[in-house]
Design a protein around this ligand. Sequence first.
Ligand SMILES: *Cc1c(COP(=O)(O)O)cnc(C)c1O
Length: 234
Amino acid sequence: MGFKERYERTLAEAAACCTAAGRDPRDVRVVAVSKTVDANAVAAAIAAGAHDFGENRPDSLAEKRARFPQETWHFIGNVQSRRIPDIVRDATLVHSLYQERHVAKFDAAAAAAGRVQDVLLEVNVSGEASKSGLAPEDVAEMLALCESYPHVRVRGLMTMAPQGDAARARACFADLARLRDDLRRDLDADRAAVFNELSMGMSEDWHEAIAEGATIVRIGRALFDDAFEGPAHA
Ligand SMILES: *Cc1c(COP(=O)(O)O)cnc(C)c1O
């Protein structure tokens, strides 16, 4: 099976998950995480109909976006201060903002580029030490901080669930959805209208994520890797 078959099957399954959850399939965007593949594989993915790609390193983001500027590029990696201007140049949506000290830097870089940077706040819902992100109780304060910067616009929340346990992953996704809903309640209507994204779910757990309200799933191996077997429970 090639990318095209895997992609089409994934879109069909995602639509079925939406329907089962009483959701509109148009409310979920599949981001193809291309961080492990080369530009030829991205070209094949585009030919198969994919238009959203995720990268976790500024250099490969820059290279691939320069080659395919018409596609939508997502930055999903760890943010390093000195690379913020590069990330702003190339990323439509940054999924992984969580450090307070980076907010002013994103604002300045976006102002210099003459645009507003859309971002998601990364939340460490599971509390695992190996994961980065804000503690859930710190997200409201971070959101308030971002509000004071006119060139940074927080579109929602992102998380990575613990791997290998579908039930735990699902609980994590439910917690993130609840947190977004709680935060939205305190925003005025204009702000609430743009603070609606939930980036959650990867190759092994995106079905659970859609069931819990994901609006963006980030899928790498299940799309690009021939050898990916799928989660044990599938
Ligand atoms: C690599 C990566 C993904 C995709 O992971 P797969 O398990 O290959 O689907 C999603 N999100 C982030 C933040 C990643 O780094």
